[in-house]
Design a binder for this molecule. Structure first.
Ligand code: ADP
Ligand code: ZN
Length: 348
């Protein structure tokens, strides 16, 4: 078992390990919680794990209610959000009660946003069950719902009181979802280098999973603690994401997020290498890392993607902030005038 303390505006623990979900009741008691718990989950995860979590809560004197919605990003909308709020109100939840997310990133976003807004905020506990959610959305306090006009357009920064990741839950995660998580993992490997890079280079296994997640969570923790409100350094976490978002837009989200991020890292690595900013050694190490993780993909060529790079429209002169790779473990924020983006991506 491993634990990382995130010193956000409200500090909380991220606990990672085999079987930790069975301790949910004890952890809630340590936090001084009592009363009702709304377990928010989806139709894939709830049948596997919701009863087990609910039983633990009952055993420790809590009153759980399970809310399940259809798995998938399509459910991340105002209608599902409204359903969660309605059930909280119908069940008489008050500000001393708790919302618990049990699922991937979609569940975490929905439950987190409901917790942030119901009665102006009730305690939120996150139990991520996917690799992507464990390493990414479980730290940082971003919660959101999609609008028909675009993804994540409504949301709040809201910190959980606790994050519990049971590594046993990964056993039921489909291969495509593992790969999706690894794609986002490649981002941490290149941002941080060191052990995270080594683990992914040799391949994720049940033996190194706990370490890998703890290291990724800790990497994100360090960056988020310095910049909780995403004013500067936190933008490093966007490595690969300018390209990824363009791929997602262009393919109408057929390419999953993590896979698109891995391609984004690949494009940025190639670009840096072409521009003479990244050594041969590091460039080939990144290529090998991608191949090892079944992420050595060729998606849309850069020329096609450039029109979909969203610029920072608030800034005079319209610049695009790119996360560029100077080396493994050495990424930087580079501002480029929107006029120069095409030329920059040609490598000169
Ligand atoms: P994310 O990839 O951001 O976590 P989702 O919340 O949509 O996005 O999760 C991806 C998919 O994996 C969903 O279909 C979800 O139901 C499923 N899933 C998540 N965790 C598990 C798990 N431990 N076992 C089986 N399926 C899971
Ligand atoms: Zn991402």
């Amino acid at each position: 078992m491993k634990s990382v303390t995130v010193n956000a505006s409200t500090p909380y623990e991220v606990v990672i390990g085999s079987g930790v979900s069975a301790k949910i009741g004890e952890y809630m008691q340590e936090l001084g919680r009592s009363g009702k718990v709304m377990i928010v989950s989806d139709t894939n995860v709830a049948p596997l794990y919701a009863e087990g979590v609910a039983d633990q809560l009952v055993y420790h004197g809590y009153e759980p209610t399970i809310f399940t919605f259809d798995a998938g990003e399509e459910s991340k909308n105002l209608s599902t959000y409204g359903d969660i709020l309605a059930l909280l109100a119908e069940e008489g939840f008050t500000r001393t009660d708790t919302v618990l997310a049990l699922g991937g990133g979609v569940v975490g976003d929905m439950a987190g946003f409901a917790a942030a807004t119901y009665m102006r905020g009730v305690a939120f506990i996150n139990m991520p069950t996917s690799l992507l959610a464990a390493i990414d959305s479980s730290v940082g306090g971003k919660t959101a719902v999609d609008l028909p006009q675009g993804k994540n357009l409504v949301g709040a920064f809201y910190q959980p009181r606790l994050v519990l990741f049971d590594t046993d839950f990964i056993k039921t995660l489909p291969y495509d979802e593992i790969r999706n998580g690894l794609g986002e993992g490649v981002k941490y490997a290149v941002l941080e280098g060191g052990e995270i890079f080594d683990i992914l280079s040799s391949g994720l296994t049940s033996d190194n999973l706990e370490d890998f997640i703890a290291l990724s969570v800790d990497a994100k923790r360090r960056i988020v603690e310095e910049d909780e409100w995403e004013k500067g350094k936190r933008k490093l976490l966007n490595l690969g994401h300018t390209v990824a978002h363009a791929v997602e837009t262009l393919t109408e989200y057929v390419v999953p997020h993590g896979v698109a991020v891995a391609y984004g890292v690949r494009v940025m690595s190639r670009l840096a290498h072409d521009r003479g900013e990244l050594s041969d050694e590091d460039y080939y190490k990144i290529e090998e890392l991608l191949l090892e993780n079944d992420l050595g993909l060729e998606l849309n060529p850069v020329e096609e993607l450039i029109p979909y790079f969203s610029a920072d429209k608030k800034k005079a002169g319209r610049t695009l902030t790119l996360v560029t790779i100077a080396g493994i473990g050495d990424c930087r924020l580079t501002e480029i005038d929107i006029e120069d983006v095409a030329r920059y991506f040609e490598g000169n």
